[in-house]
Design a protein around this ligand. Structure first.
Ligand SMILES: Nc1ncnc2c1ncn2[C@@H]1O[C@H](COP(=O)(O)OP(=O)(O)OP(=O)(O)O)[C@@H](O)[C@H]1O
Ligand SMILES: [Mg+2]
Length: 244
């Protein structure tokens, strides 16, 4: 019997992880034998073109999907060896998500969506109340709007406020600036960056090479493989100096 715990100092540890999808006769390898270790408090950008496996990788790390092979150890515990109940508890206690498609509840207002995130997370917010978080993403005037009454960028900011309002130690954000204009995008990146300064581990997925320049570390994917892992090319320290 394999041990269920491990100590490496990394909060995220992937060991030869693959994810294959079977579509009829065709097998798609979305994540192909990836090994990766991420230390607590790192601000990491996962970069890669459309279809390179970024969302699949994030879903595996967040225990929203199961690996076809390999092991994933999060915060010292192998999520790949957990049962459903343990995985569900891990999600509530350890990760906060910003989904590529936002996943807001259509019948809840912006404020209620963020409150729901706070209430369902095991660890209580360290960043302020739901209302304060919505104000930090510039939506203090949209608290009582339902998702269908919000623009794409506003919905994205509600999803970000929901993730920021929980106290879970790992923040996974899938294309968090994809719907935002440049100025709002910079503000959101600054907010996400601040999270890593306060000790959270932040993983941002993007296909935008400019955004990668402000990361501590860039993990670049192509066809499910890591093709580069290190400090970003042309690194810049100040997010305000970015342009795209
Ligand atoms: N549920 C699924 N069933 C079958 N194939 C899938 C499934 N999910 C993803 N794939 C395939 O796996 C590959 C990686 O998909 P993924 O969504 O991880 O890419 P991505 O890098 O996030 O792309 P994008 O930038 O467009 O969001 C793609 O070729 C995709 O078609
Ligand atoms: Mg994706």
């Amino acid at each position: 019997m394999k041990t269920r715990e491990r100590t490496t100092g990394n909060i995220i540890e992937l060991e030869e992880v693959s994810k294959k999808y079977q579509l009829g006769e065709v097998c798609v390898t979305a994540v192909d034998n990836i090994s990766l270790g991420i230390a607590p408090g790192e601000f990491v950008v996962v970069l890669g073109p459309s279809g390179s496996g970024k969302t699949t990788l994030l879903n595996l790390i967040g225990a929203l999907d199961t690996a076809s092979s390999g092991d994933i150890c999060m915060d010292g515990k192998y999520i790949t060896r957990m049962n459903r109940a343990e995985r569900s508890r891990y999600r509530r206690e350890t990760v906060s998500f910003v989904f590529q498609s936002f996943n807001l509840f259509p019948g809840l207002t912006a404020l209620e969506n963020v409150q729901f995130g706070v209430e369902s997370a095991e660890r209580k917010p360290n960043g302020g109340t739901a209302k304060e978080m919505l104000s930090r993403v510039g939506l203090e005037h949209r608290l009582h709007h339902f998702p269908h009454q919000l623009s794409g960028g506003e919905q994205q900011r509600v999803a970000i406020a929901r993730a920021l309002a929980t106290g879970n130690p790992i923040l996974l954000a899938d294309e968090p600036t994809g719907e935002l204009d440049f100025k709002t995008g910079i503000q959101i990146l600054e907010l996400l960056h601040e999270q890593s300064h306060s000790g959270r581990t932040v993983l941002i997925v993007t296909h935008n090479r400019e955004i990668a320049r402000v990361a501590d570390r860039v993990v670049e994917l192509s066809s499910g493989h890591i093709v580069r892992d290190g400090v970003p090319e042309n690194h810049i320290a100040a997010i305000a100096d970015l342009s795209w």
